[in-house]
Structure formats: C-alpha cells, structure tokens
Design a protein. Structure first.
Length: 517
C-alpha cells in the first residue's frame, strides 16, 4: 500500500473500535491515551470511534474513564494541540475486566464488542492492541480467532504487537508462525517506537531528499559510523522485566538495528511500505555474522554499579527492585560489526546503548575519512575530522563538524559546528512516536512497523552473541559506575590509534565513588 510518507495532506481514518489488552498499564496512560487525544484534537481520528480497555484489575467503566481523563490532562503541555473537552472525549471509552488467559472471557468480549458496534454504529473495523507481557501474545491471538473476532468478513482486523517480539530467533519465528496461522502479515503491526520518532524518519528525508549527502554516503568517504542510544535513568520500576531481558533484547534487537538499517539502506524504489522495508531487510541480510568465538572481541557488555553523583548516592543495578543480587544481565552493550555489501564493505559500524549513562541522548554519527593530505601540519591532530551528527533526541537536529581557519595570522585550524535544531521550526510541534504510529495503523500503513522477516533476521544476527554469553561464563560483564559512559574496554572496539566514541558530555559520577562489579 502507498505509504503516508508520500502524502502531505492528512486523511481521516475509517470508523473503528480500538481494543487495548493490558489497558490499566503504564503504556496506555502515558503514551496511548495522550496520543489518541492529540490526534482527536487535530481532527485526525475517525468520525466514530470507541475504545475498549481490557485488564485484570476490576474497575468500572466510570473509573476507567476517570483514569484516562487524568492521564490525558497530565500529558498536556503548552505545545499540545488545542485542547478539546477531555470529559467528552473519554466518554468513548469503556472497560471490561477478565483474565486474558481464560478462554471463557473471550465469549464475553465478543458480546461486548457486538454491543458497542450496535449502540454506537461504529461499524465493523477493529484494532487490537497487545499492551501485555509477551507471554500473552499467542493465547490472546488464538482466543480471539476462536470466538471469530479475528475474522475480517465485516471490516478489517489489525493487531498491534508491542516489543519484545520473541526473546531470540527461535521464539520469534515460532510466534510469527502462530500469528500467520491466524491472520495475514498485512494485519500485523509490530511496534518499534523508534520508527515513530520524527528524527528517525528524517534520516530518510535527509539522505534521499538532498543531493549533497548521498554521494559521500559510502565506503569511499565514510571511515566509521557510530549509533548511540544513552539513557541517564536506571531500570526504574521495571527491574523484574529488565533482568530477564537486558540491553541486547530491550534496545539493540529493535531500536538500534532499525536505526542502523535506515542509516545504511539503499534508496528505496518508491515510498511504498514494502519498498522501504525491503531495503532495511537487505541491510540486515548483509550483516557480517559475528562468530561465537569473536563475541568477546566485538561485543562489550556492562552493568552499572553504585556511585555518587554530585553527592547523591545512586544504587547499582543489583540493588534495584526486582533484580537478582547476582545478576549478570547487561545494562550496557556495545557492538562492532560490518555490513558486507558494495556500499559499506570494510566500514565498521559501532552501536552502543546503556542505562545510567551521564545523559539521555540518541544520535547517529557519521565520521568521514580525513583529507588525503593535510596541509596545515602542526596546528592540531594533523588530520581533518569531519562528522555529521544526526541527533535523534533530545534537542532533535543535525550537526556538521568541519575545520575552519581561526581569524588572525598564520593558518590555525579550528573544528567548528554548523548546527540545525528542529525546535527552530518554532510553530511545528513534534508529534509523539505513539501518536504517529497509532495513526498509521488506523490507515493501515505498515511502513514504520517491523516485518516478520526483518525481525527474524535481526534476531539471527544476535544469536551468536546470545549463545556465547549463555555458553561461556568466562566472557566478562564489566562494571561501570552509574553516571559514566560505560565500561572502559568499549573504547577498545573503536580502534588502537587513539580513536574513541563521541562523548556528548562528561562523566557525572564522582571518581572516588567508583566501585567494582
Ligand atoms: C523501550 C525500552 O523500548 O525504549 C526501555 O524498553 C527504554 O528500556 C526505552 O527506556 C527508551 O525509549 P526512549 O523513547 O525514551 O528513547
């Protein structure tokens, strides 16, 4: 189908019911409801719309509406689109409590949905949103199918699946097989919320709308590419989930590899969803497999330890609620890899992500090769250092670093910045990722959703890393003090001649507070 990237005018989706499984969780309050409300205020919601929240918590529809109202109100900022009456809006919500693992409840759900369709004449289209633990995905899908709710005879059925989609290659493949036995791939929308971020999409526009970058975007001019997604927070209230996941599953398999895909892909033949996703898949298929015996060299994992930051004591990962006190789960991972294709042969890619780093920043850094002969010897490193930095968040924008002459006698060279900030487009509000993605699902546009083959190929690439960590306990989990840029050995990945990662800011932890893992 034609992607809405192709369209400049927004259209209204067809009438529909949105059923959210796990509606009492954080995701619904913090992301989904504010996103839907914002779309409504911009007149981008269907004329007729009903939302049915499902959860195990027993509560009335009135309670649910009050909860959703509070969630929306607390999300509003001065840049939110004109606020319509929130109370009136939440009257489209209702709530149904049942245990989603018991098949009986689904008959009740079917009756309820039929009732809503009659009373609100909203029609036959239904979107199901799985905001539940992944262990529920199969049972929800088979149960919906058993009671006929997955059947498309009177309208479309679409299924939005939150990450993680599987926990390794084998489980992702099995989940895909189960889902495909019940529904078509064109009905499945696997969310990777990074793809909903404006600046991630802007990677495509920046690369393919301008003539100046693309000729340089290859092994002839690029020396290396770094992709960083750093968070300053720890695992917060998600220790239980995170300890069974770790940074590789939580961030690398999806967000970081997708960003690498968009950075490295070839121009798509059109803006069709599949044309774009085919190019990302080709990048994933060209990833040079990391051999199990090379994992120690190419992959560094770390775990944050206690430290003090400006006098405040920050607990180490093993002291977080829900985390095993002997846990070896990685809260940091850095990987060096290559893409074996014509464009990128020999160019190293470095990706890293971690919790409790000094700041929250996500960026892609393209390092260009130095000029072949540096005339201005002795003025600094005797090398030009051109970088293009695409800042995904926060302070979304693009930064170009290049050398200039410092005013005055001689030829003193200084590295300077040319900096574009999205916020300078002052009247433009950057929509949230979920707002954008929900809208796309309503229109049936899968461009910004992960396809079955892409997900499986990404897991396949990570399989030797997962195996090596499982089979070889001698591979170290390095400690890094909370508030620093991760374990020291991760610099070793970048190279021997003094190169390091780009550090957008300094370490925060007070040095005397460092302790071993
Ligand atoms: C989620 C991860 O997918 O992304 C979280 O599960 C992480 O652990 C979050 O904190 C980061 O998202 P963002 O949009 O804040 O960069």
């Amino acid at each position: 189908m034609e992607s809405i990237i192709n369209k400049s005018r927004m259209e209204k989706p067809d009438n529909l019911i949105l059923v959210i499984f796990g509606a009492t969780g954080d995701l619904t309050s913090r992301k989904l409801m504010p996103g839907i409300y914002s779309l409504r205020c911009q007149n981008m919601m269907p004329e007729k719309f009903s939302l049915l929240g499902i959860g195990r918590t027993v509560m009335t529809t009135e309670d649910f509406r009050a909860r959703m109202r509070d969630a929306i109100v607390s999300s509003l900022t001065e840049k939110s689109p004109d606020t319509g009456p929130v109370d009136e809006f939440v009257s489209c919500c209702s709530y149904y409590s049942f245990d989603m693992i018991s098949p009986e409840g689904y008959q009740g759900l079917k009756k309820l949905v039929d009732g809503i369709r009659k009373s609100s004449s909203v029609g036959g289209n239904i979107i199901f949103y799985y905001a539940t633990p992944p262990s529920m995905y199969e049972i929800i899908s088979t149960s919906l199918s058993r009671v006929g709710l997955a059947d498309q005879k009177d309208g479309f059925r679409r299924f939005i699946i939150e990450k993680p989609f599987g926990y390794d290659y084998v489980s992702a493949r099995k989940l895909n097989q189960t889902m495909h036995s019940l529904m078509g791939e064109d009905q499945i929308f696997r969310i990777d919320h990074y793809l909903g971020k404006e600046t991630v999409q802007n990677l495509l526009v920046m690369r393919f709308a301008n003539g100046i970058f693309e000729p340089l975007w290859n092994r002839n001019y690029v020396s290396r590419i770094e992709i960083t997604s750093a968070e300053n927070l720890g695992v917060e209230r998600r220790g239980g989930y995170y300890d069974n996941s770790g940074a590789l599953r939580d961030m690398v398999q999806n967000h970081l590899l997708q960003m690498a895909g968009l950075t490295a892909m070839e121009p798509p033949s059109s803006l069709d969803a599949d044309a774009i996703r085919n190019e990302v898949l080709k990048v994933f298929q060209s990833l040079q497999p990391i051999r199990e015996e090379d994992v120690e060299k190419q992959v560094i994992r770390g775990q944050y330890t206690s430290s003090t930051i400006r006098g405040e004591c920050i607990p180490g990962y093993r002291y977080e609620k829900g985390v095993d006190t002997h846990s070896r789960t990685e809260t940091y991972v850095a990987i060096k890899f290559f893409i074996n294709n014509w464009r990128w042969g020999g160019v190293p890619f470095f990706i890293r992500t971690g919790k409790r780093l000094p700041t929250r920043v996500t960026e892609v850094v393209v390092h260009f090769k130095p000029s072949p002969h540096y005339l201005f010897q002795g003025t600094k490193n005797n090398k030009s250092d051109n970088q293009l930095i695409i800042r995904i968040q926060p302070d979304e924008g693009i930064l170009m670093k290049f050398d200039m002459k410092e005013p005055g006698a001689g030829f003193k060279v200084k590295n300077v910045n040319m900096d574009f900030h999205y916020k300078d487009l002052s009247d433009i509000r950057v929509p949230s990722a979920y707002e954008r993605l929900l809208y796309d699902v309503m229109l049936g546009d899968q461009t910004l959703f992960s396809r079955d083959d892409t997900i499986e190929t990404a897991w396949k690439f990570l399989e030797p890393i997962q195996n090596a960590w499982k089979n070889n306990p001698a591979i170290k989990v390095y400690g890094y003090p909370a508030g620093t840029w991760g374990p020291e050995p991760s610099n070793r990945l970048i190279g021997d001649d003094g190169l390091t990662w780009r550090y957008p800011c300094k370490n925060l932890a007070d040095e005397e507070s460092y302790c071993e893992l």
